[in-house]
Design a binder for this molecule. Structure first.
Ligand SMILES: [Zn+2]
Ligand SMILES: [Zn+2]
Length: 131
């Protein structure tokens, strides 16, 4: 994936990719923790740089629900949406409302060529609703 995107293959990049794949919607601190389990000497800066390069190359997708830090996932290119729990912050993938991106169209696009609809459904997860 890295080579196809024209990125040099480095240990931090591979480790970050593996960590995000294993922990979808992880934040940067969690990713640093997961990366250090395999590559203890990796610096914060190397993880930040890897996240930036992988996101810029479209290998990772970055989401940032309101009130949350940035989160990363390897599920890219399908314009899926997210459910977010207001109480505990849990994030769950949901498929497009229908069809491909943008699966939801504005009532009036004001002449914009719309390519993506980024939808966050807010609510309470089953665990928090039960608590
Ligand atoms: Zn919850
Ligand atoms: Zn997702």
């Amino acid at each position: 994936m890295l080579r196809e995107s024209g990125l040099r293959v480095t240990r931090p990049r591979l480790a970050v990719l593996e960590a995000v794949h294993a922990h979808p919607h992880a934040d940067t601190e969690s990713i640093i923790g997961a990366v250090r389990e395999g590559v203890p000497e990796v610096s914060h800066q190397a993880v930040y740089d890897s996240l930036h390069a992988l996101t810029a190359a479209g290998i990772l997708r970055r989401i940032q629900p309101a009130g949350s830090v940035a989160r990363y996932e390897t599920r890219v290119g399908d314009n899926h949406h997210h459910l977010v729990c207001r109480a505990c912050g849990a994030i769950v993938d949901v498929d497009c409302a229908k069809g491909a991106a943008p699966c939801i169209h504005p009532v009036d696009a004001h002449g914009f060529a719309v390519d993506t609809a980024e939808v966050i459904y807010w609510g309470t997860c089953p665990e928090c609703a039960a608590a």
